[in-house]
Design a protein around this ligand. Structure first.
Ligand SMILES: *Cc1c(COP(=O)(O)O)cnc(C)c1O
Length: 394
């Protein structure tokens, strides 16, 4: 099913799977096996040499995982994809594959807390340097690129302040210099944003979030050009081994079918919550790319289908005020992660970004009174009621 005319809502259900190849099973079967038998020694030899296509051992490939990878490659408009055991396994495999000692990575002003930690590890153990840039203008990006810059690593929207990076603008400069651009597309899912169509080269997902959508799997995805993905598959992924389990791949295939329906609802609910919070006297500032006053609103219009399901806000008061608000909530759960059916609230300064030194945190705009909501699929009225009663009490 690689019909180019199929729409996204159809592709999430059908692409990458041919039921005739699996006994007519409507749903992709779960191949819960570690290894695959060869009918003869010669066949084993041919599988290993690459002369014959086929499965060998589940770290090197598994039929359920392959369906997921093919589906995600199509959804992200890429040549091929690889699935990993977590978002961080995907981030680390992609960065290891793209860099070597002495190289430099140019990053967006904010990155996921553990990605920040991994960049630190690359620097300390392997001499791979990095810098952060807000990438606000062409000149700024050009100035930040060094002779040894091996890749540009972007998150947009940036967690938790929802600043955006203009993907097309960065990709154009990077392309002129032959530098690959990697985008962590977790916050958008391929339904809202497809960085490869803006000229970027590699897309990463923590599939734990919107792609799974049900809060019951940790997984990661890397999408890129076919030759590069094949190389990563045969080297970094195979030898480091952070592969996804077939069962988790099966659950992701199940979750993916409702991705557009879920994300539409996440976006609609978030818009309602934005309307409620923007006029609330106890809210100091609000960070939401769907806000027409957001400095990057035009970039949102250009590269995102909708503003997404995340919204951050700072409360008038201190860290204690923010924590008190969290404790007063009933329906909304205190938890990190995002993209689940349940609405989740977290305190970035002490949770997701606690590992980032205070000075860096300040540069990223993460204050002590900042809170981030991952808006769920509940009735928006109930989410707002919960926020309203908690805000009354602080
Ligand atoms: C959660 C997350 C990751 C890490 O993914 P895991 O599945 O938790 O390993 C990376 N990037 C972003 C933007 C995330 O939200």
């Amino acid at each position: 099913m690689e019909d180019k005319n199929l729409r996204f809502e159809t592709e999430v259900i059908h692409s990458g799977y041919v039921s005739d190849e699996h006994q007519g099973s409507l749903v992709p079967p779960l191949y819960q096996t570690s290894t695959f038998t060869f009918s003869t020694a010669k066949q084993g030899e041919k599988r290993f040499s690459g002369e014959e296509e086929g499965f060998i051992y589940s770290r090197l490939g598994n039929p359920t995982v392959k369906i997921l990878e093919e589906r995600l490659a199509i959804l992200e408009k890429g040549g091929a994809a690889l699935a990993f055991s977590s978002g961080m396994a995907a981030v680390s495999a992609a960065l290891i594959a793209l860099t070597k000692t002495g190289d430099h990575i140019l990053c967006s002003q904010g990155v996921y807390g553990c990605t920040f930690g991994f960049l630190q590890l690359l620097k300390e153990k392997y001499g791979i340097e990095h810098d952060f840039s807000s990438m606000d203008s062409i000149e700024m990006v050009e100035k930040a690129i060094l002779p040894n810059t091996a890749c540009i690593y972007i998150e947009t929207p940036i967690n938790p302040t929802m600043k955006l990076v203009d993907l097309g603008q960065v990709a154009k400069i990077a392309d002129e210099k032959g530098i690959p651009v990697v985008v962590d597309n977790t916050f958008c899912s391929p339904y809202l944003q497809t960085p490869l169509t803006h000229g970027c080269d590699v897309v990463i997902h923590s599939a734990t979030k919107y792609i799974c959508g049900h809060g019951d799997v940790l997984a990661g995805i890397v999408v890129g050009k076919k030759e590069w993905i094949q190389k990563v598959s045969r080297t970094t992924q195979k030898d480091i081994g952070g592969i996804i389990s077939p069962f988790d791949a099966w659950l992701l295939l199940r979750g993916l079918k409702t991705l557009p329906i879920r994300v539409d609802r996440h976006c609609d609910n978030t818009e309602k919550i934005f309307q409620f919070l923007r006029n609330h006297p106890k809210i100091d500032a609000i960070y939401y790319p769907g806000d027409a006053d957001h400095p990057d609103y035009q970039i949102m219009k250009k590269q995102m289908k909708k503003p997404g399901g995340l919204i951050s806000f700072s409360i008038r008061g201190t860290k204690e005020t923010a924590q008190r608000l969290m404790n007063e909530l009933n329906l909304i759960k205190i938890a990190v992660s995002l993209g689940d059916a349940e609405t989740l609230i977290q305190h970035p300064a002490t949770m997701t970004h606690a590992v980032v030194p205070e000075e860096e945190r300040r540069k990223m705009g993460i204050t002590e009174n900042l809170l981030r909501l991952s808006v769920g699929l509940e009735a928006w009225e109930d989410i707002i009621d919960d926020l309203e009663q908690a805000l009354e009490k602080i």
